[in-house]
Design a protein. Structure first.
Length: 156
């Protein structure tokens, strides 16, 4: 475990977050160390990046940050159209949009953390789906993360 932490510290500007992502990947991985392209949660297949993002959203629930995001969304809504008269409806819309933004932010954070793990030599990343091994990203493909032998064992 100390060697894993040292490798992460050498490449990541956010080592604690990156270590959390690695720990979640280790728990989600099969015995061969492969996590993805989907994680089954409550009977649904969820892309591994979305699953990781959802697992990490509670870290972004600091009250002041959520209130800042909420204010920005409210300002954007005021510029586009009149706001709903019902406060409960407005709160529901705002809560859903805040959750969407937090999810997008978490997906970006997961991607950065996994890139750090790849640079550290702890994880391999590839994509699986419609265009396997296609030179361009996207194309209806989902990420698959493979932990190197020994990394998963050190974490679980």
């Amino acid at each position: 475990m100390p060697a894993v932490v040292d490798k992460i510290m050498a490449v990541s500007p956010r080592p604690r977050y990156t270590l959390l992502v690695l720990n979640l990947l280790a728990k989600a991985a099969n015995p061969n160390g492969v996590a993805g392209p989907y994680i089954f949660e409550e009977g649904q297949a969820v892309p591994v990046r979305d699953w990781l993002g959802r697992a990490l959203i509670p870290m972004a629930r600091r009250h002041h940050r959520r209130q800042d995001i909420r204010r920005k969304i409210l300002d954007e809504m005021k510029k586009k159209a009149p706001l709903p008269a019902d406060q409960a409806e407005l709160d529901q819309i705002l809560d859903a949009q805040v959750q969407d933004r937090l999810q997008q932010s978490a997906r970006c954070g997961v991607s950065r953390a996994v890139s750090d793990l790849v640079r550290a030599g702890l994880v391999h990343r590839h994509y699986q789906g419609y265009h396997v091994d296609h030179e361009n990203r996207g194309a209806q493909r989902e990420a698959v993360y493979t932990l190197l032998p020994g990394v998963r064992a050190a974490l679980i």
